[in-house]
Write a protein that binds this ligand. Structure first.
Ligand code: IMP
Length: 197
């Protein structure tokens, strides 16, 4: 089955291909002539994944899916949430985003004058459009935020996210482990099961 995946992020594309496995051919927006940045202006993850999938479908009429993910940190009242990609500014700079998150958590902890919980979770919302019909799939990965960056694998906030039940960051655990437990893994496997019937 051929599906356009509404992402320009090679890390995500590789992960999705790995998670979906045989029987799926993933095509990038650029490969179907969409080279501009796809708008993402919603206030929820669901709204953003819907907006991105709709954008592809309206321009190409092809079966497609989009995901939108966010990191919720309890100490920060659920931030950065839908702002996760541009937490430190519009440049989507992963290093700057992580530095800002760690600094913000340290500041809150200093204000509180004690050690604070570092619990957090990644959420993914996937919108699939097949034959013009919309389907939605969600996934969550619980964990906590490390005190400093560790590891070189993965992408985004992986060097500072330690999943529940593990003592290393996503960036240290490697792709195979991460895909088994990740928010995106859960949502995309649910989508693959649905498509396989
Ligand atoms: P989006 O789904 O591409 O909008 O992702 C939002 C933000 O979450 C980006 O900054 C990503 O780097 C980050 N993000 C999404 N999924 C992951 C992940 O699996 N690991 C680390 N960061 C992620």
């Amino acid at each position: 089955m051929k599906l356009v995946f509404a992402t320009g992020n090679p890390g995500k594309l590789r992960e999705a291909a790995e998670i979906l496995g045989e029987g799926f051919e993933l095509v990038t927006p650029a490969e179907v002539g969409i080279t501009e940045e796809i708008p993402e202006t919603g206030t929820t993850l669901r709204a953003n994944s819907l907006q991105k999938a709709d954008y592809i479908y309206k321009r190409t009429g092809l079966d497609c899916f989009a995901d939108d993910s966010g990191l919720e940190v309890d100490l920060l009242g659920g931030a950065p949430g839908v702002e996760t990609a541009r937490y430190a500014g519009p440049g989507h700079d992963a290093r700057a985003n992580m530095d800002k998150l760690l600094a913000e958590m340290a500041r809150r902890e200093k204000e509180a004058g004690m050690d604070c919980p570092r619990s957090a979770r990644f959420r993914t919302s996937v919108t699939l459009i097949i034959g013009g019909r919309h389907h939605f799939f969600d996934g969550v990965m619980e964990g906590h935020i490390a005190l400093e960056r560790a590891g070189s694998g993965g992408f985004g906030y992986d060097p500072i996210f330690i999943p529940e039940g593990y003592s290393q960051t996503n960036a240290q655990l490697g792709e195979e482990v991460k895909n088994r437990i990740s928010h995106r893994g859960k949502a995309l496997r649910a989508m693959a099961e649905f498509l396989r019937g």
